[in-house]
Design a protein around this ligand. Structure first.
Ligand code: G3P
Ligand code: CA
Length: 245
């Protein structure tokens, strides 16, 4: 491990509030998470919104692809009722709201996942607000798309960045070096298949943030192999489990 162990709230505290909403981010902050992980997508008119899927269907009362809907239509849907009636009225957040949230909630950082292949002009839509708000030290940008990580490297070289990894790959260390990432963030299944990977990544100077682990047995294994962070839907329970050890 290269620093203190971190609890990262996956899509906010998504086991108690609707994922990727301000309510879930507030719940993550109250749970004592070190960071919030969230996902961003672009609307048809090029605005950045916070949602995991490329359509509204699964997590709102609306439907349709994000890239076919303008921001006004995305903002009109309800992103909370599907989870529980108490969350009626939650909206699909804009990235500007996330920046405001960070400014007003010191003590919690952001693991920002950019979904899809974004060029430099689109990536600037998230990096510039972060830099302008003085949040450079509190944000890590990450993506499964190496091209998007390369855009992050180009437009905001001082912002920490990470590569998300869903499958084992022989050239992973070379790809990480090429992209100049500070974190390599594999699925738990990748670490199970390659038990020596954490040590290899640490030797290369990288931190390791593993996703998405929700059970105590998984947390115990992750700590044992020395990961730097666990991304979880249950940050409150992980925080309590850590305190009880
Ligand atoms: O941050 C890691 C994790 O969120 C990646 O998977 O599908 O939940 O975005 P997904
Ligand atoms: Ca994600």
């Amino acid at each position: 491990m290269t620093g203190p162990f971190q609890v990262v709230a996956h899509r906010g505290n998504s086991s108690v509030a609707p994922q990727n909403t301000l309510a879930a981010f507030e719940a993550a902050w109250r749970a004592g998470a070190d960071s919030i992980e969230l996902d961003v997508q672009l609307t048809a008119d090029g605005e950045v919104v916070v949602i995991h899927d490329d359509s509204l269907d699964a997590t709102t009362d609306g439907s349709g692809r994000l890239d076919a809907l303008p921001l006004a239509d995305v903002r009109a849907v309800d992103a909370g009722s599907w989870f529980a009636p108490a969350y009626a009225g939650q909206r699909v957040p804009t990235f500007a709201e996330v920046v405001d949230f960070l400014v007003t909630h010191p003590g919690i950082d952001l693991l920002l996942e950019v979904k899809g292949d974004w060029g430099p002009d689109d990536v600037r839509k998230v990096t510039e607000p972060v830099l302008r708000a003085g949040l450079t030290d509190r944000v890590i940008g990450q993506s499964f798309w190496p091209s998007t990580v390369a855009s992050l490297q180009k437009v905001a070289p001082d912002l920490r960045r990470g590569l998300l990894v869903a499958e084992t790959s022989e050239d992973l260390l070379a790809v990480c070096a090429e992209l100049g990432v500070m974190t390599c963030n594999p699925a738990g299944t990748v670490l199970l298949a390659q038990p020596g990977l954490v040590a290899e990544l640490h030797d290369a100077g990288l931190e390791v943030m593993v996703w998405t682990l929700n059970e105590p047995e998984q947390w115990a294994l992750a700590l044992e192999i020395g990961v730097d962070a666990v991304i979880t839907d249950r940050p409150d329970r992980l925080r309590g489990w850590l305190a009880g050890r």
